[in-house]
Design a protein around this ligand. Sequence first.
Ligand code: GRF
Length: 208
Amino acid sequence: MHGLFRSELSSVSKELPTIVVLASGNGSNFQVLAEKSISGELRANLKALIVDRPCGAVERAKKLGIEVEMLSKPWHEDLERVLDTLKPDLIVLAGFMKIIPERIVNKYFPRIVNIHPSLLPAFPGKDAIKQAFDYGVKVTGITIHFVDAGVDTGPIIFQKAIEIEEGWDLETLESKIHELEHESYWKVVSNLLYKAYKIEGRKVTWGV
Ligand code: GRF
């Protein structure tokens, strides 16, 4: 399958490609995406933050003047409605604590991406940083992947590793992981919006 890229996204208009971010928590990744889009380093229009609950991300969005969509129940129907209304070019999950229903995944694949704080397929699911730390791994990292119908199972777009140094506690590792997420996610989002890519089975490659 060929990815969507800039020339296909808005061949008629010269407008920036649009993204939405879905979050349920602190919202630090959302904030970086928002700041990079405001500064123009990420050439995208971040149309809205979509949340399923009151959370830190909402406060950050308010400060940045970004529209917030709070999903009402049943949340999956509301999410589909919001996405169909906003029609984003890319849907960016950043700590969204719900599994996207297969129906929405099928409708939007490969335009939903997620960031996960481990080197998948190791430590999927919740509390991945702690899972890796408690397991005693010497290397962990981050994964950015397309979202399919499973939990953290979609084709991998980007990974970066961190060596865990002796003496690091869980908090140290968490801050290193978040630092890596913040420097990487917006760049990968930008590449997805502006570069051609191919998805063949599980393999994602750049270029046509
Ligand atoms: C990040 O660690 C991300 O990898 C995971 O959820 C966390 C969200 O952090 N999916 P924040 O809300 O962006 O600060």
